[in-house]
Design a protein around this ligand. Structure first.
Ligand code: NAP
Length: 344
């Protein structure tokens, strides 16, 4: 069996470490594994994938002799290193927003549009975490009855910001328990002009504000969903909110369909969708929650019910581990699909 030289750029981060764990867990055919990060971390040892790895500083030469590189160190770093890696014949799977809307770059959730990989030219984008979780539920319904309009409201975990945000929320909990003033350094983001307490709070501001007072995170939900589903006519609107949950994003999704689809039929459609778990028993008080989906690979869907205010509408509650399916797992699945289709 063919084996591959792998590089992970951003190996010390929340997504990078998980990615290495998942590569090992799923027995990806690895010949060598290079863990790359900034000069700050060079020489540091990390535990990931059941082994100790020594971090190397990423340089253009880091990509000599690499077959597949996973980029998860932020958009600017991807912009800098993707051309270097591609010019060395590396296939790059990028987790950042740097290339997602580039028409030449496939934006892929393997269960939904794996065939788009056929068009790749050495660079594949992994969608934004909240978009991936949404499309896992939206795509099967779109195929079954055509979605006319979707309204998405997210409840996003702090680890979506990165490893520093997990530490910051833990520190806020400790400060509260010790009766000390709560300080905040990471919310809504480390670079924001003002910082807010996350503990006991909700912050309706993820990524920077952009056109029409939507945040970039909200525009990602709109545009990336249309690109993945190959349907620019799909109307979507979103409000994205940070919540004091460590891990797993939750999303309230309302869809209006082009034709009738009962809640019972929608449940069947979703039960047959790969990568989706329907967990929806109101009588037993069973519905998806972030604590249930954390460390799980599936996107859980519950609270499936008719929207009684329109002729053909449904309400759903969708929850998934955004570090796994929203980022690291999806990237590894893209690599597996490339290998299976002999595209690398
Ligand atoms: N967290 C999520 O749920 C999630 C989901 C989907 C997508 N993403 C995307 O994935 C990327 C990483 O997110 P994260 O949450 O893992 O962030 P993180 O925990 O803050 O990790 C950032 C990583 O980038 C590395 N890095 C920073 N500056 C660098 C430089 N100049 N050169 C090389 N490496 C550098 C860091 O290395 P050092 O240790 O050396 O600083 C670290 O390994 C982001 O683009 C994010 O938007 C994250």
């Amino acid at each position: 069996m063919r084996t591959f030289n792998i590089a992970v750029l951003g190996a010390t981060g929340a997504v990078g470490r998980e990615l290495i764990d998942i590569l090992r867990e799923r027995k990806f055919p690895i010949k060598s594994l290079k863990a790359l990060a900034s000069a700050r971390s060079a020489g540091r040892a990390i535990e990931a994938g059941g082994e100790t790895l020594i971090i190397e500083e990423a340089t253009p030469e880091s990509f000599d002799d690499v077959d597949i590189a996973f980029f998860t160190a932020g958009g600017a770093i991807s912009q800098r290193f993707a051309p270097e890696a591609r010019s060395r014949g590396v296939v790059v799977i990028d987790n950042t927003s740097a290339f997602r809307m580039d028409p030449e770059v496939p934006l892929v959730v393997p269960e939904v549009n794996g065939e788009d990989l056929l068009e790749h030219d050495g660079l594949i984008a992994n969608p934004n975490c909240s978009t991936t979780i949404a499309v896992m539920a939206l795509a099967p319904l779109h195929r079954a009855a055509g979605i006319k309009r979707a309204v998405v409201s997210t409840y996003q975990a702090v680890s979506g910001i990165g490893a520093a945000a997990i530490d910051d929320l833990q520190r806020q909990v400790k400060q509260y328990v010790e009766g000390k003033p709560i300080t905040a350094t990471t919310y809504p983001s480390p670079s924001a002009a003002k910082q807010y307490q996350m503990l006991f709070n909700l912050i309706p501001h993820i990524d920077a504000f952009d056109e029409a007072d939507y945040t970039k995170e909200e525009w990602k939900m709109v545009r990336e969903t249309q690109k993945i589903l190959h349907d620019d006519s799909l109307k979507i609107t979103a409000t994205t909110v940070r919540v004091p949950v460590f891990r797993s994003h939750s999303e309230s999704i309302n869809v209006e369909l082009h034709k009738e689809l009962s809640a019972a039929r929608a449940r069947e459609v979703l039960e047959n969708a790969p990568g989706v778990r329907v967990y929806d028993n109101p009588e037993k008080q069973e519905y998806p929650m972030p604590l249930l989906t954390t460390d799980d690979d599936l996107v859980w869907v519950g609270r499936i019910r008719q929207d009684l205010s329109v002729p053909w509408g449904l309400n759903l509650w969708v929850v998934g581990d955004q570090i796994r399916k929203g980022a690291a797992l999806n990237s590894v699945q893209i690599a597996e699909e490339l290998v299976a289709r002999q595209l690398v």
